[in-house]
Write a protein that binds this ligand. Structure first.
Ligand code: ATP
Ligand code: MG
Length: 434
């Protein structure tokens, strides 16, 4: 029989790497809480129509990357339904915002999420078919201030704080404005006109995009196309006064808070629903997949999926890419210390197993990390196992169980001593700093 493996584009996360994932999530929760965000958890699959409308039929995600299936009816009363594993989480959050009438509070909904997303892409470093995003959204009625450029700047400043607190150094923030839903068609027309005489000299992808979604031409990475693209008209010159003013205010607030950024005229982003501010944080250490996170404003998204007017701004970070960046940084510094238990309890004979479990329970409740051996092991085997997994070993024989005086050996110093059980936890905790 052939052995079964994790499916292409998916992978197992094992300790000690999972500790890094937890650290990233803990920093995210801590930072987001200080900006008064709360957590939302939406289902991992949704009605396919949500993504068709909320992400856009013309996007790469919807047109070729989604895991979609026709779900069978289980009863007469049920209909078959087209379902999709979520390729991103913003559409789900906005659906939940509408479904639970969160706009009726008159306040901004400030929600963050952490969880897996699914896209059928070509797997490579930093690009998987199941990956995890940490994201947040600020959505609400206009009278609650959801369109304010201060919201955009605050979200960007929060991201800078998050990356700094996580210890990621050397990131770059690029921002742009793709204009309102009124500006965009005007620019697309300008772009079509400018592309017409040159498109035949461009790559096949650009030739296709020029037809279906001309904005995406600006995303092209083919070196030969770059001079042509750099000479195309800029979206900034197609913005009306309100959009231009909004962008200027975002920039002014960022300047005041000291968050460094560059204005990238070509940043248009992949999802159709973005309006006005778009942004990306990149990191040089990531190679070709250099985007740590992306986001922007989506003033028309709620209406696009049948809800009330509810402008919003949000972002999604690739958690896998945060991990890769931190791993690369830490490899340059010193290797992270391997995880070790505070102690290994070795019962001396099977009869001591119950007492050993009781002792382990006591120590674990006192906050210690404990590995529990087995009374059938010979002493030599217990010592070998303990030396690999823990800082110390506690021997528990019949005498020890009766007297409550335990034998402890500390590996770093080689010292062996008798310790009353009541003093054991303190002694073991003290070893952490040696
Ligand atoms: P990219 O240009 O890298 O394809 P994207 O424009 O598709 O990114 P978004 O859909 O905005 O990105 O997703 C936000 C973030 O999620 C990205 O910046 C990236 O860090 C991460 N991400 C997107 N797709 C993947 C994937 N297949 N595997 C791992 N991370 C991903
Ligand atoms: Mg992508």
């Amino acid at each position: 029989m052939s052995t079964l493996k994790a499916v292409r584009g998916t992978r197992d996360l094992l300790p000690p790497e999972t500790a890094l994932w937890n650290r990233i999530e803990a920093v995210a929760r801590s930072v987001f809480a200080r900006y008064n965000f709360g957590e939302i958890r939406t289902p991992i699959f949704e009605d396919t129509a949500l993504f068709a409308r909320g992400v856009g039929e013309e996007t790469d995600i919807v047109s070729k990357e989604m895991y979609t299936w026709e779900d069978r009816a289980r009863a007469q009363s049920e209909k078959t339904q087209s379902l999709t594993l979520r390729p991103e989480n913003t559409a789900g959050v906005v659906r939940a915002y509408i479904e639970h009438k969160l706009g009726e509070t008159g306040q901004l909904a400030k929600l963050y999420y952490i969880g897996p997303q699914f896209r059928r892409e070509r797997p490579q470093k930093g690009r998987y078919r199941q990956f995890s995003q940490i994201g947040a959204e600020v959505i609400g009625p206009t009278h609650a201030g959801s369109e304010s450029p201060l919201r955009d700047a605050e979200v960007l400043e929060m991201l800078a704080t998050f990356l700094d607190e996580l210890g990621i150094t050397g990131w770059t923030l690029k921002i742009n404005s793709v204009g309102s839903s009124a500006d965009r068609p005007r620019y697309i027309e300008t772009l079509r006109t400018a592309l017409a005489p040159v498109v035949s000299q461009m790559c096949p992808d650009c030739q296709r995009r020029a037809e279906t979604n001309p904005l995406r031409v600006l995303d092209c990475k083919i070196p030969e196309d770059q001079p042509i693209i750099d000479a195309l008209p800029r979206i900034a010159d197609s913005l009306d006064e309100a959009s231009r003013d909004h962008f200027a205010q975002v920039c002014a607030a960022l300047d005041a808070s000291g968050v460094p950024y560059t204005h990238d005229h070509r940043l248009v982003r992949g999802l159709d629903y973005y309006t006005r501010t778009t942004f990306e944080f990149t990191h040089g250490g990531l190679g070709a997949q250099n985007a740590l996170l992306g986001g922007g404003r989506y003033d028309g998204l709620s209406e696009a999926i049948g809800g009330p007017k509810a402008p919003g701004i949000g972002f999604a970070m690739g958690e896998d890419r945060l991990v890769l960046t931190l791993q690369a940084q830490e490899a340059n510094q010193k290797a992270a210390p391997p995880q070790v238990a505070d102690t290994y309890i070795a019962p001396l004979g099977p009869a001591q197993n119950p007492a050993a479990l009781a002792l382990a329970r006591t120590l674990r409740r006192q906050g210690l990390r404990v590995e529990l051996g087995d009374g059938t092991f010979r002493l030599k085997k217990s010592f070998e196992a303990a030396d690999k997994t823990a800082r110390s070993i506690v021997l528990l024989g019949e005498d020890e169980a009766q007297s409550g005086i335990l034998t402890v050996k500390v590996f770093a110093t080689g010292s062996q001593s008798k310790v009353p059980q009541t003093e054991l936890a303190d002694l073991l905790a003290g070893l952490r700093n040696t």
